[in-house]
Design a protein around this ligand. Structure first.
Ligand SMILES: Cc1cc2nc3c(=O)[nH]c(=O)nc-3n(C[C@H](O)[C@H](O)[C@H](O)COP(=O)(O)OP(=O)(O)OC[C@H]3O[C@@H](n4cnc5c(N)ncnc54)[C@H](O)[C@@H]3O)c2cc1C
Length: 146
């Protein structure tokens, strides 16, 4: 479908860029306006001397959403990104302890048990709730762009 409709998107963060890619793939004429000199929004980075710091995300926690969006736009996410699966995702550094965040639920529970034993049950509840939300994934990106 080709459309003469023009669409202006304000902001070139992942939301704006994702919407732009999807709409352009459906034939719309899309223009993205970004107030900063770089695209990426909160996924950007900050350079100080030889060091580069992430200003937002350090990893992609639900790649299936990006995969679905690329698929709905007639593209393959993996043609653009080289994703490497992480087991230990990050480490929280407190004055008195370092807490490692694991993808593997058993390792995560062991870590919580070591540092915050009363929170293990809350973690299990959170993971159960997230699993239920995951069941609703497969977003219909093709609906109502008329
Ligand atoms: C510290 C931190 C850690 C995070 N960690 C993770 C993580 O590990 N995994 C994960 O998946 N997500 C993570 N997130 C969340 C992720 O960064 C956001 O969900 C995502 O960036 C939201 O995208 P967005 O496009 O909606 O907004 P943004 O990324 O905020 O992009 C908005 C864009 O719009 C531009 N803009 C705003 N107003 C105007 C205007 N008037 N004119 C022109 N341009 C404008 C801004 O400059 C910006 O580029 C993290 C966020 C933070 C802050």
């Amino acid at each position: 479908m080709l459309s003469s409709k023009k669409i202006a998107i304000i902001g070139a963060g992942p939301g704006g860029l994702g919407a732009a890619m999807l709409l352009a793939s459906k034939g719309y004429h899309v223009e993205v306006f970004e107030k900063h000199g770089v695209v990426g929004g909160r996924n950007g980075s900050l350079k100080l001397g030889d060091y580069t710091f992430d200003v937002g995300p350090t990893f992609l926690s639900m790649p299936e959403i990006a995969e679905e969006l690329f698929e709905a736009s007639g593209r393959n996410l993996h043609d653009y990104l080289d994703l490497k699966e992480l087991d230990m995702m990050y480490e929280l550094v407190f004055p008195d302890k370092n807490v490692q965040m694991w993808r593997n639920p058993e390792k995560m529970k062991e870590e919580l048990h070591r540092h915050f034993p009363h929170d293990v049950e809350g973690y299990e509840r959170f993971m159960d709730g997230t699993k239920k939300k995951d069941g609703t994934l497969k977003t219909d990106f093709t609906k109502s762009y008329g």
